[in-house]
Design a protein around this ligand. Structure first.
Ligand code: ADP
Ligand code: ADP
Length: 226
């Protein structure tokens, strides 16, 4: 099965705005995939539907073969999601935030603790484990979003504009972290409006504009046209 299969997906928001006009996409297991497009193109809407945060209007979306509506829990469990906005409990401590998330997916407490420790160390947050999230810098919060998204060891990691507003040093270390994770087998799907980010990281790229896929191709193919 594909990591992600989206067919003829459309979204009309409550105010009547048609944000997605029937898009079709497939992301293979193990891929590093970018959904590239300008602000307002429909990138977040697409990922929102795939993550179960936005209700689709029509069409279908499957994560690792699980229907995001029909089999929502299995679909969600196959995914790690890193939204654009920080949405932590401000007062909860770093370590607890990551362990609590594991609980939602039914991990055993011992497994949750082991995974949290491994991730917080890998993301250079272990020293901050007892710090409430509101005391963290922006860069630390970004890394915490990633640790939380990965604690249940999902097959697919989805990131919405992961490095928007991030300084160059953190961007490079996040890129390196994502590349390592992908090499170990995690499928990665990100949205970006930076061609450079897609170019640096991804094997396959879909370009979306005004709710439509304009092009979906390998990076090599795309760059040869520029
Ligand atoms: P739905 O039809 O999917 O329920 P709504 O139209 O009710 O979505 O809007 C959901 C939320 O998004 C509301 O809080 C609304 O204020 C906000 N929202 C409305 N318009 C926009 C927009 N153009 N961009 C981002 N958020 C918006
Ligand atoms: P992107 O992530 O590519 O910037 P989005 O998926 O966030 O694009 O938004 C696509 C379009 O849908 C934009 O024009 C945005 O204003 C609109 N939009 C997003 N959320 C809502 C909402 N809740 N209600 C109405 N319009 C929305």
């Amino acid at each position: 099965v594909a990591a992600l299969a989206v067919e003829n997906l459309s979204k009309v928001y409550g105010n009547g705005f048609e944000a997605l006009k029937g898009i079709t996409l497939e992301v293979a297991k193990g891929d590093f995939f970018a959904l590239l497009g300008p602000n307002g193109a429909g990138k977040s809407t697409t990922l929102g539907i795939v993550s179960g945060l936005v209700q689709k209007s029509s069409g279908s979306a499957y994560v690792m073969g699980h229907d995001v509506n029909g089999d929502a829990f299995q679909a969600r469990r196959s995914l790690g999601v890193v939204p654009q906005e920080f949405n932590f409990n401000q007062f909860e401590k770093v370590y607890d935030i990551v362990v609590t998330q594991a609980g939602y997916f039914g991990l055993k407490p011992s497994e949750a603790r082991a995974n949290a420790e491994e991730l917080l160390k890998a993301l250079d947050l272990w020293e901050k484990r007892d710090t409430p999230s509101r005391m963290l810098s922006g860069g630390m919060k970004r890394r915490l979003m990633i640790a939380r998204a990965l604690v249940h060891k999902p097959d697919v990691l989805i990131l919405d504009e992961p490095t928007a507003g991030v300084d160059i040093e953190l961007r490079r270390s996040m890129w390196e972290f994502m590349e390592d994770l992908n090499k170990k087998g995690t499928t990665i799907i990100l949205t970006t409006h930076y061609l450079e980010e897609a170019e640096q990281l991804c094997r396959n790229i879909a370009i979306i504009n005004k709710g439509e896929i304009v092009q979906c191709t390998s990076k090599r193919e795309l760059l040869s046209q520029l």
